[in-house]
Design a protein around this ligand. Structure first.
Ligand code: CMP
Length: 516
């Protein structure tokens, strides 16, 4: 890349001045050439020292060739001056200003070649009286032959020009350049962009030289643009037997501990996503942001994130999934549960996060006491303001939560319930009428659990009441937000306080019902 022009460089300014003086002197000499020759002839015949006389005689004799030489020379000096003027006022002035950065030297060099070609054409035409057409034809034929012989090189040169102009990457940027084998890519920092190639310094201290044609034609990834922060991800596969939410919590905690370290972005929140499901289990993606190599390299950041994940999983008693084959002798486990028998109901309940901590016997009792209901699309399970005191768990399908937002009797959907969600807890816990209408969007299967079962469970497992209170608080907030468009941050604070209030309210409610 070109350096920015140094306008006060004394050597350059002096050579520029010398060029102008030489040009004017030669111009004058050519203008007055006959007079000069006449004068020299006189001097040669005068009584001067022998060596000077011989020299002058030689000049007078060869005056024709000397004149031609001087004319050629003046064109060359003229081209040099024109080139300096173009470089200073056009490239470094006008073009650099409009580009907002120094003009690549490749471009200036090309401009220089063009000026000298024009000078050569003029010399041929003016000094040697040759026809320009003939000269151009020779030049054209020569260029075709040369272009054919150097097509690879020329392609590199012109792509180099385009690369310079596109400004898609600059010196100092980190790039991923496709590898010649087509798999993966080479990561390196741009060191130099020349006529023919781009030089990158790799992480392992080696240098790779990539022809510009590849930089122009292949998909090159610039890690440093548009922002210096780049997102990376680590994949980790965990067995299907580990509930997704549990795996996500553990991985999130490990990711937060790793990204709290220096070098990770504090402005981009790390994320844990389910990437895909495969033969071995569920693949989780741990996403985080770093400013590559300042100070963390992608491989070091990967090491930190993976080590933390493995450590957290190990402590929680979870091993990353490994390739395995499960061989069952009789009896073959059920491939799916119909949900009619108590055993099926227990199996399904154990997958619901609300009940995941319950013992087998506790689940069994709940399963025996609950009822299985089926709804068709559009069917209403219960309406807003109806009395109700049971809890429902959605097993299959989707349910819409609807309320009368505008107060005109028409109900709008404000929430959706998915398999695994429980609902109906608001009335159950507070004794108030149903806060919303629940309508099936698809074919639906729900379990209805009656109040006495829930009261017994809450007494035995107080943590269940807390999960339910939190859900009530969140849902009440969602309803309020839907009505008043409240900001998310205000809502979060309010959820906390409502949860606390609800726990107290619930205790009183249950105590008073028991006393009756
Ligand atoms: P309940 O008031 O007993 O009856 C309607 C149920 O809809 C309510 O309990 C909640 O379980 C549920 N519900 C209310 N609001 C929402 C919401 N925004 N998202 C999901 N479920 C909700």
């Amino acid at each position: 890349m070109s350096a920015s022009p140094n306008r006060s460089n004394p050597i350059r300014s002096r050579s520029f001045l010398a060029g102008i003086i030489l040009f004017s002197a030669l111009f004058q000499a050519i203008e007055n050439w006959p007079l000069i020759v006449q004068f020299l002839e006189l001097q040669a015949s005068a009584s001067i020292p022998e060596y000077l006389r011989v020299t002058l005689n030689l000049i007078v004799k060869n005056n024709g060739q000397l004149l031609v030489g001087a004319k050629v020379f003046i064109w060359i000096v003229g081209a040099f001056l024109a080139n300096r003027i173009i470089s200073r006022f056009f490239w470094d002035g006008l073009v650099a200003k409009s580009l907002g950065r120094p003009v690549p030297s490749v471009l200036k060099d090309l401009g220089m070649v063009f000026v000298y070609i024009i000078a050569s054409v003029c010399i041929a035409a003016v000094v040697f009286n040759q026809s320009i057409a003939g000269f151009l034809a020779t030049l054209g034929a020569g260029s075709v032959v040369l272009g054919f012989a150097l097509r690879g090189l020329l392609s590199d040169v012109f792509t180099g020009l385009a690369v310079n102009f596109d400004n898609n990457f600059a010196i100092g940027d980190w790039l991923i350049v496709p590898s010649s084998t087509g798999t993966g890519g080479t990561v390196g920092q741009v060191d130099e962009i020349s006529w023919r190639c781009t030089r990158l310094t790799c992480e392992d201290g080696t240098t790779i030289v990539v022809p510009n044609s590849i930089m122009g034609e292949e998909k090159v990834i610039n890690i440093s643009r548009p922002s210096v922060w780049t997102r990376y991800q680590v994949e980790i596969t965990i067995d299907y037997s580990v509930p997704v939410e549990r795996a996500r919590h553990i991985l999130m905690a490990s990711l937060q501990s790793a990204t709290a370290k220096e070098g990770f972005s504090k402005n981009h929140a790390p994320k844990v996503l389910v990437g895909k499901t495969g033969k071995r289990g569920v693949e989780y993606l741990l996403r985080y942001w770093i400013h590559p190599w300042h100070p963390l390299s992608p491989s070091t950041s990967r090491d930190l994130v993976l080590s933390a994940a493995l450590q957290h999983l190990q402590t929680a008693g979870i091993n990353p999934a490994y390739t395995k084959e499960e061989v069952y002798y009789e009896p073959l486990p059920a491939k799916h549960f119909q949900g009619h028998t108590v055993a099926d109901k227990v199996a399904l309940l154990s997958r619901i996060s609300l009940y995941e901590r319950l013992e087998e016997v506790e689940l069994q009792r709940v399963a025996e006491e609950m009822e299985r209901l089926q709804l068709s699309p559009g069917e209403t399970l219960f309406r807003r303001n109806e009395e109700g005191s049971s809890l429902f768990i959605l097993i299959e399908g989707l349910l819409n939560v609807q309320i009368d937002l505008k107060g005109d009797g028409t109900e709008q959907t404000v929430g959706q319930l998915s398999p695994g969600d429980f609902f109906g807890e608001m009335s159950l816990l507070t004794g108030e009428p149903r806060s919303a209408t629940i309508q099936a969007q698809t074919n639906v299967v729900v379990y209805e659990i009656y109040r006495p079962t829930i009261i017994r469970l809450i007494e035995e497992r107080p943590e269940i009441s807390e999960s339910m209170s939190r859900a009530v608080a969140k849902r009440q907030m969602a309803l309020e937000q839907a009505r008043s468009q409240m900001a998310d941050s205000d809502a979060a604070a309010k959820v906390q306080s409502i949860t606390r209030q609800l726990m107290g309210k619930m205790k009183n409610f249950f105590q008073s019902r028991e006393a009756q």
